[in-house]
Design a protein around this ligand. Structure first.
Ligand SMILES: CC(C)(COP(=O)(O)OP(=O)(O)OC[C@H]1O[C@@H](n2cnc3c(N)ncnc32)[C@H](O)[C@@H]1OP(=O)(O)O)[C@@H](O)C(=O)NCCC(=O)NCCSC(=O)CCC(=O)c1ccccc1C(=O)O
Length: 273
């Protein structure tokens, strides 16, 4: 069931690979820091996710962390300044929020492949992913009430959608940690497998997704997101309807009539009830 990964681009803090089976794998590569991310890591993740989104050969995206100790331990507290996380340009940023939106609006399924810690903003990344496959050594939790941070919007809101308001408040307010088994019971992960089977199992899920109708998956993701994403969610769903409409003869008639400098004739197109 294994695949042959090929490097796509060289980055400083992530590894980005694809395989012929139509799967992209994005790996946060700072294992010495439990894969904590900096603004630069986030910029690189945005670049790789954008490429995966644009590549018509990619049907599923795996997000993971290097090594088996951590998926991601959130923002690197050593580069946290007073107005955000400070990159090489010395400007404090919260660009994780841009990445979260990109992951939500990428019309392809994203699978978080979690070994070890998924903590803080790193936990948020798995929460926002469409699916999560966890190793039996995975540990989940938020730390924001301990380190003085808030993951408003998707981080908190979508967690509450998944585990319910009471449990989400417990997770955020108390900064506790939860085992893979506990996460499974909460519906926070799709499957727990022994660590040594994690990649094989995740690839198996990704392959099944790649074989499914891309338009069905696109519309499903948009409609799952629509009620939690407000107008931006409706925009995505409406945009998908427009995408389908653009491919119809009815829509092409309007475009062609304009180009041919004539009145469009929509009389032959049906009005469904
Ligand atoms: C995850 C732990 C519970 C693991 O504990 P343990 O097994 O004992 O390992 P450690 O010895 O603690 O860790 C090993 C090594 O890694 C370093 N490290 C771990 N996590 C971080 C981190 N988050 N930042 C920096 N360094 C980290 C640790 O210091 C050790 O290094 P040594 O050199 O060996 O000492 C435990 O590690 C832990 O609790 N970690 C902190 C988790 C945490 O609080 N994360 C932050 C939550 S808040 C957040 O993520 C917001 C993010 C964010 O806002 C943001 C960040 C960056 C850009 C943009 C944004 C944004 O837009 O929002």
């Amino acid at each position: 069931m294994s695949v042959e990964w090929k490097s796509v681009r060289t980055y400083d803090e992530i590894v980005y690979e694809k395989c012929e089976e139509g799967i992209a794998k994005i790996t946060i590569n700072r294992p010495e820091k439990h894969n904590a991310f900096t603004p630069h890591t986030i910029d690189e993740l945005i670049d790789a996710f954008s490429d995966s989104r644009n590549d018509g050969n990619v049907g599923a995206i795996i997000l993971t962390g290097m090594g088996d100790k951590a998926f991601c331990s959130g923002g690197d507290q050593m580069v946290r300044g007073d107005g955000g996380y400070v990159g090489n340009d010395q400007i404090p940023r919260l660009n994780l929020l841009d990445l979260q939106r990109l992951m939500r609006f990428t019309p392809k399924p994203i699978i978080a492949m979690v070994a070890g810690y998924a903590i803080g903003g790193g936990h948020g990344l798995h929460v926002i992913s469409d699916l999560t496959i966890a190793a039996d050594n995975a540990i989940f939790g938020q730390t924001e009430s301990r380190v003085g941070s808030v993951d408003a919007g998707y981080g908190q809101g979508f967690l509450a959608e998944i585990v319910g308001q009471k449990k989400a408040r417990e997770i955020y307010y108390l900064s506790l940690q939860y085992s893979a088994e506990e996460a499974d019971k909460m519906g926070l992960v799709n499957k727990v497998v022994p660590l040594e089977q994690l990649e094989e199992e995740t690839i198996n899920w990704a392959k099944q997704l790649v074989a499914k109708s891309p338009t069905a998956l696109r519309l499903m993701k948009a409609s799952f997101n629509a009620d939690t994403d407000g107008l931006a969610g409706l925009q995505q769903l409406g945009g998908d309807a427009t995408l389908l409409y653009y491919r119809t003869e009815e829509s092409k008639e309007g475009r062609d009539a304009f180009k041919e400098k004539r009145e469009p004739d929509f009389s032959k197109f049906p009005r469904f009830p």
